[in-house]
Design a binder for this molecule. Structure first.
Ligand SMILES: NCCC[C@H](NC(=O)CCC(=O)O)C(=O)O
Ligand SMILES: NC(=O)OP(=O)(O)O
Length: 318
């Protein structure tokens, strides 16, 4: 694998094989602990993180890699992304130099850069990530970009594979309320990856929260949450801000919170969320603390999602 930006980067788009390989790594995490010897992973964060930072570091260590990381906003220089700018303002270093320099210290670079939620064109063109890809000299791993979070989606598919009781489970992605405007990245990616697996996917959200066509065309979308939940095997909750009325919060309606009452409509569904989660906004305490909740398993599987991706990139480089 020469990079990991989206599902297209999976060799032959064979998501099923990648999931199976991750499950094997989970059983023997140190089997390839020589593969990354004398190789360094650089983790570059423009936004906060708990899971992505620690699980990707752990994954790299399991493969024998060294890891260096940096929080760009608080620790490094303010980067300029426009070409031809007279840099007499607040930006101090151009991405052309920054990406090339980081490439001299690292064999693989992971980048987290969230959506601006103010400029849809810029976000959906992946302006920041694509500039890094353009000027870096080593493979790039997406640690959540403006419109995708593929390591999360891979961990989610591993978790579904481990817990499904039937070959083709019904998987429901449900919008849920949140006090802040959040990106569409987790939802977009989840849809993109589940579409490439053996599952019946249903997306449910209030009117106005339609996701971009490029992700949800051919996907079953219903605006009645109760109807969507009927017979579901997995409920995946996530908030996102509006795509049409870009970045806006249209509704903070607690009627969309995932409660026990709603989970009772399902086929004893397992509850999923990528974390961090706002309790009693997105999901009630009773649901997230119930034995059917998979949130900690998902977080654990972030290690093996990252590990299989790093392994594939290291194998490609060797
Ligand atoms: N990486 C997982 C989710 C990250 C981000 N959530 C957040 O920013 C939540 C922050 C808050 O709860 O205020 C998102 O939705 O894309
Ligand atoms: N799920 C996830 O990506 O978590 P962090 O934002 O804490 O990395």
């Amino acid at each position: 694998m020469k990079q990991f930006i989206q599902v297209e980067d999976v060799p032959d788009k064979d998501v099923e094989s990648l999931v199976q390989e991750a499950i094997k790594l989970k059983k023997q995490p140190f089997q390839f602990d020589d593969l990354g010897k004398h190789k360094t992973l650089g983790l570059i964060f423009f936004n906060q993180s708990l899971r992505t930072r620690l699980s990707t570091q752990r994954a790299a260590q399991n493969l024998g890699m060294d890891v260096i990381s940096m929080n760009m906003n608080s620790e490094s220089w303010q980067l300029e992304f426009q070409d031809g700018t007279v840099m007499d303002g607040n930006t101090q270093e151009h991405v052309r130099e920054a990406a090339a320099v980081i490439s001299q210290y690292c064999d693989i670079i992971g980048i987290r850069t969230f959506a601006s939620l103010t400029d849809r064109g810029k976000d959906y063109r992946e302006d920041v990530l694509s500039k890094f890809m353009q000027f870096a000299k080593v493979p790039i791993v997406n640690l959540e970009s403006a419109i995708r979070h593929p390591l999360q989606s891979l961990a989610d598919l591993i978790t579904i594979e481990e817990h499904k009781k039937i070959k083709r489970p019904k998987v429901v992605l449900s919008w849920a309320p949140h006090p802040r405007a959040l990106p569409q990245a987790v939802a977009n990616s989840f849809v993109e990856w589940v579409k490439n697996s053996d599952a019946e996917l249903v997306v449910t959200h209030p009117e106005g929260y339609e996701l971009a066509d490029e992700f949800v065309q051919d996907v079953s979308v219903v605006t009645c949450q109760q109807e969507a939940f009927e017979g579901a095997d997995f409920i995946y909750a996530k908030n996102w801000s509006a795509y049409q009325d870009y970045g806006k919060i249209l509704l903070k309606d607690n009627n969309w919170t995932i409660t026990e009452e709603k989970m009772n409509l399902t086929n004893q569904a397992r509850f999923m969320h990528c974390l961090p989660v706002r309790r009693n906004m997105i999901v009630s305490d009773a649901v997230i603390d119930h034995e059917n909740s998979l949130v900690l398993e998902q977080a654990r599987n972030r290690i093996f999602a990252a590990q299989v991706v790093l392994k594939k990139i290291l194998e490609w480089k060797n």
